[in-house]
Design a binder for this molecule. Structure first.
Ligand code: BG6
Length: 363
C-alpha cells in the first residue's frame, strides 16, 4: 500500500520526519545529554574500552557507515572507518580485540554483510548491528545493536533506512563520546540538534515541487558529477548512487579536492555537477571548487546552506541550519528527491529498478 503516493519510494522519502523520530524515540536523555542504547548490551567500562571502530555494510548501508565513521571520530574522537562488507570479508581481515565492529543492514539479510559478521564472530570480534528488520539473520548473529524502528522499506532504493541509520550513528557517537571527552555542553547541542531534525526534514520536503523541476532540468544529461568534502563526501556518494540506481543516469561521486586530479577532464556543459556545500569550516574551499567547475563551462546545482554559493551556482537548494555534525542527514534529503523526480521524468520503474534486488542474499 503506497498510502496515496504514486510510488513506495516517495512514500518512504516523505515518511522520514516520523521514521527518524522513531529511531531516536526513548533514547535521548536531557539530564546527562547522553543516548540510552540498552540493546548494545555493554556496560560503561566496556563502552570506554574500544580504541577503534570499524563499520561494514553494502551499498547505501556502506555510505551511511561513512557518515557514521565521521560522526564517531568527531564526537567520540575514536579513529573510525567504513568499508564495503564484501571487501572486508575477502581480504582476511585482522580482527582486533580493541575494535568495535559495526554491521549495518536495513534488511538484516544481505549475504556479504552476514558472512562478514560471521567471520568476525569466528575470530572473536565484538560486533554490534544497526539493523531495521527485527529478528533478521544479522540481528540474530550480532552481540547487540540498535534497531532503526523505521518500519518496512519496500522500494529497492534505500531512503528512510539510510537517514535512520545516520540518526543511530549520531546516538552511538553521543554514547561513545559522553563516556569519553565529549562535554555536557556538546552533548546537549547534539541532543537538541537531533530533536530539531524532523522539522528540518519537513522543511526540505516542502521544496518537493522546486526539486522536481530541477530534476527534470538536470536529468536531461548523459551523466552527472557529485562532489563534496569530508561530511559532504559520503552524501555525494549516496546522491550519485540514488541517481544511478533509479534513473540509470550515469553519476560519479568524488571528494571535491580530487576533481583537479583527474575527473575535471569530464567537466563541461554536457556534465553538470551537484555540489554539496554546507556552511561549515570548508565553505571557502567548496566555493573555490564551484569556481573551478564554472570556469570549465560546467553547470552547478548547489545543495547547502546559504547565499554566498548562489552567485557561483546555476541553481541552489537551501537546507535548514542544524548542528554541523548532523548536516549529512539533511543534505541527503534533496538528493533523494532529485533522484526520485529524475526517475519519474525518465519513466523508469522507480520502485523496482532493473537488475537490482531489495536485498541480495546470495554471494
Ligand atoms: C542493495 C540494495 O542490493 O543492498 C541497496 O539495492 C542496499 O539499496 C544494499 O543499500 C544493502 O542492503 P541492506 O538490507 O543490507 O541494508
Amino acid at each position: 500500500d503506497t498510502g496515496g503516493y504514486e510510488h513506495y519510494l516517495l512514500k518512504e522519502i516523505s515518511e522520514q520526519p516520523e521514521t527518524i523520530t522513531r529511531t531516536m524515540s526513548g533514547r535521548l536523555d536531557e539530564r546527562f545529554h547522553v543516548a540510552h542504547l540498552g540493546g548494545l548490551n555493554m556496560d560503561a567500562r566496556e563502552t570506554r574500552s574500544f580504541r577503534r571502530v570499524k563499520i561494514i555494510g553494502c551499498g547505501s548501508a556502506y555510505y551511511s557507515g561513512q557518515i557514521g565513521a565521521q560522526l564517531i571520530e568527531e564526537l567520540a574522537r575514536i579513529p573510525s572507518d567504513a568499508e564495503p562488507a564484501s571487501e572486508f570479508r575477502y581480504r582476511n581481515p585482522v580482527v582486533d580485540p580493541d575494535t568495535l565492529y559495526v554491521a549495518i543492514s536495513q534488511s538484516g539479510e544481505t549475504y556479504d554483510t552476514l558472512a562478514a559478521v560471521q567471520e568476525l564472530k569466528r575470530k572473536g570480534g565484538r560486533v554490534i548491528g544497526i539493523v531495521n528488520a527485527v529478528g533478521s539473520a544479522i540481528a540474530r548473529e550480532v552481540d547487540g545493536g540498535i534497531y532503526l524502528h523505521a518500519g518496512p522499506e519496500v522500494s529497492v532504493a534505500s531512503t528512510k533506512a539510510f537517514t535512520s541509520t545516520t540518526v543511530a550513528f549520531a546516538l552511538l557517537a553521543l554514547h561513545l563520546g559522553r563516556v569519553r571527552d565529549l562535554s555536557p555542553a556538546d552533548g546537549r547541542r547534539i541532543v537538541e540538534g537531533l530533536r530539531r531534525l524532523p522539522g528540518h526534514v519537513e522543511e526540505i520536503l516542502a521544496q518537493g515541487d522546486k526539486i522536481a523541476e530541477l530534476a527534470r532540468k538536470y536529468a536531461d544529461h548523459a551523466g552527472m558529477m557529485f562532489v563534496g568534502r569530508v561530511r559532504g563526501y559520503p552524501v555525494a556518494r549516496e546522491g550519485a548512487q540514488k541517481l544511478k540506481e533509479i534513473s540509470y543516469v550515469h553519476a560519479e561521486a568524488y571528494p571535491a579536492s580530487e576533481l583537479k586530479h583527474g575527473p575535471l577532464a569530464l567537466i563541461g556543459p554536457e556534465m553538470p555537477t551537484v555540489a554539496i556545500v554546507p556552511d561549515d569550516e570548508l565553505l571557502d574551499k567548496n566555493l573555490t571548487t564551484l569556481g573551478e567547475i564554472r570556469a570549465r563551462g560546467g553547470r552547478v546545482l548547489m545543495v547547502g546552506h546559504r547565499e554566498p554559493g548562489s552567485k557561483l551556482a546555476d541553481d541552489v537548494i537551501v537546507i535548514p541550519k542544524n548542528e554541523i555534525e548532523l548536516d549529512p542527514l539533511l543534505l541527503t534529503i534533496p538528493l533523494q528527491l532529485l533522484a526520485y523526480h529524475a526517475a519519474v521524468a525518465l519513466s523508469r520503474d522507480v520502485d523496482k529498478p532493473r537488475n537490482l534486488a531489495k536485498s541480495v542474499t546470495v554471494e
